[in-house]
Design a protein. Structure first.
Length: 497
């Protein structure tokens, strides 16, 4: 294996397996079988680095030595058989036939850097993890993001996302707080694929002047890459990241994320987007930094969505990121609401920001729940007085059932049944309402004048609702005489103020 790594050439093996070299040079780009555009891996200094998640038998984001590639493509991953075949071909200094011995040569097989000789077990002991626990990854923006993590910043087009993130870069590069969040100072790599270099420089100057921060306090800690007109997707960026030393940067900004997608990638494909976030995780882990991705919202009103549902494309983008930070318009012009869902801290309270070009500044007195386009709950009507409750929920329809009282209380005053029952009980206790039996049912009537007795109250209620009805009609209904009905009518007239 060592000798083949030193003297061998896997290009013919790759071509035989259907791989296509896309770009020559010191760092070669290769495309997997079955793929017509884009790149899937690189080959440099004898190390084959695979990006693709569909390049079996290789795993995504793994390095492979030439010998490992040969063994996996030519011998189905049997490294011992591959070593014997290479000895037969003259590698390793042994004579043909020596490979037929029973000597175990597995210890001589060289695996790629960082790859164990046996397949690495992913199983870990929880007890060992707790015993050896030394803390979480170091914060970069306290309460939002740590080293090795990824943060999305999502807002609608032309909201000012690039201005927003440029101020973040200045804060990290200078050690100044960002919108009230403490930051750990460090270098920032800002990769922009929408703006020209001079536009980027102009914006930083304008922002720092508005912040009253001289550029010499931060500009030496920010490196810029403008990819406008020379776009590179996330796989091609491996070449850019390769010479960067771990810990060289605290933060790497990708603005905008949608322009880093490989050609023909559907941003609504959960699997494809999850694989790209997996690649970013690999970059962040190797470089010991955090990534910030700038992305846009979908079309339409965003106010009715949860935080993690905001963002154009596949839902996996919010699930894969460690922090999903969004900006949505406030109902007051010039204001936006900042909200976030965070993996390794409690999610911070929403914050209202004022866009006062070129800065976003916190507005403490504004209501963060007042999102533009949000459905406002209907204001509950004021609770009625006892007289209003009796007049409108009982007196208009008596004699009436309890179900009728509940219905009218809900329709007229928005009262729940429990509160309607409480007011009805109080009215009964005060004597303003009386419960009477009509046939086999119990009904409620409003107390009128000085009239007492169930039949009298029933008669009074009918006369109140049907003043033009004849005494005979009422008498037949309550099963009383006409003289009785006329007497109740006279009492009601005499006591009517």
């Amino acid at each position: 294996g060592d000798d083949f790594n030193a003297r061998g050439d896997i290009r013919a093996v790759l071509r035989e397996a259907g791989w296509v070299r896309v770009k020559s040079g010191e760092n070669e780009y290769w495309r997997r079988p079955g793929k017509e555009t884009g790149t899937s891996a690189t080959l440099k200094d004898g190390v084959f680095f695979v990006f693709s998640s569909n390049a079996a038998p290789f795993e995504p984001n793994e390095h492979y030595s030439q010998f490992a590639v040969y063994a996996m493509l030519e011998h189905g991953g049997d490294f011992e058989q591959a070593a014997r075949a290479l000895r037969q071909a003259g590698y390793g200094g042994d004579t043909p036939g020596a490979a037929d011995s029973d000597v175990d040569i597995s210890a001589l097989v060289e695996w790629p850097a960082g790859r164990p000789q046996a397949r690495e077990s992913l199983v870990e002991s929880l007890k060992a993890l707790i015993t050896d626990f030394s803390g979480l990854n170091r914060p970069i923006i306290h309460k939002l993001i740590r080293e090795g993590e990824t943060m999305n910043i999502i807002a609608s087009p032309k909201t000012g996302k690039s201005w927003f993130v440029s101020r973040l870069a200045i804060s990290v590069a200078s050690g100044l707080d960002w919108l009230g969040y403490d930051v750990e100072p460090g270098r920032v790599l800002h990769i922009d694929n929408e703006l020209h270099s001079n536009t980027i420089a102009y914006r930083y100057q304008v922002i720092s002047e508005a912040m009253r921060v001289p550029h010499h306090l931060y500009s030496g800690n920010i490196d810029m890459v403008s990819l406008r007109g020379r776009l590179r997707d996330l796989y091609a960026m491996a070449e850019m990241f390769e010479p960067i030393e771990p810990g060289q940067y605290k933060l790497i900004i990708l603005d905008a994320f949608y322009r880093t997608l490989p050609r023909e990638t559907d941003e609504n494909d959960n699997g494809a987007i999850a694989n790209l976030y997996n690649l970013i995780d690999y970059y962040a882990g190797r470089l010991g930094c955090a990534f910030v991705l700038i992305h846009h919202t979908s079309k339409g009103n965003q106010a009715g969505k949860s935080v993690t549902d905001v963002g154009a494309g596949a839902g996996s983008q919010s699930r894969a990121a460690d922090t999903h930070l969004i900006l949505r318009p406030h109902e007051e012009e010039g204001l936006v609401v900042l909200e976030s869902a965070v993996r390794t801290w409690p999610s911070p309270a929403p914050m209202v920001l004022r866009w006062d070009w070129p800065l976003f500044t916190p507005v403490r007195e504004a209501d963060p729940s007042a999102l533009l386009g949000a459905a406002r709950p209907k204001a509950k009507p004021a609770e009625p007085s006892m007289n209003e409750f009796i007049d409108q929920c009982i007196g208009l329809f008596d004699p009436c059932s309890k179900a009728c009282v509940h219905y009218e209380a809900a329709q007229r005053f928005g009262l729940p049944e429990r509160r309607a029952d409480e007011m009805l009980d109080l009215a009964l206790e005060r004597g303003d309402v009386v419960r009477i039996r009509i046939g086999s049912r119990m009904k409620y009537v409003m107390k009128r004048a000085d009239i007492t007795g169930e039949k009298a109250l029933w008669t009074a209620a009918l006369l109140a609702h049907r003043p033009d009805a004849s005494a005979q009609e009422i008498a037949e209904q309550v099963e009383a005489s006409r003289q009785y009905v006329n007497q109740i009518r006279r009492e009601m007239v005499e006591t009517d103020p």
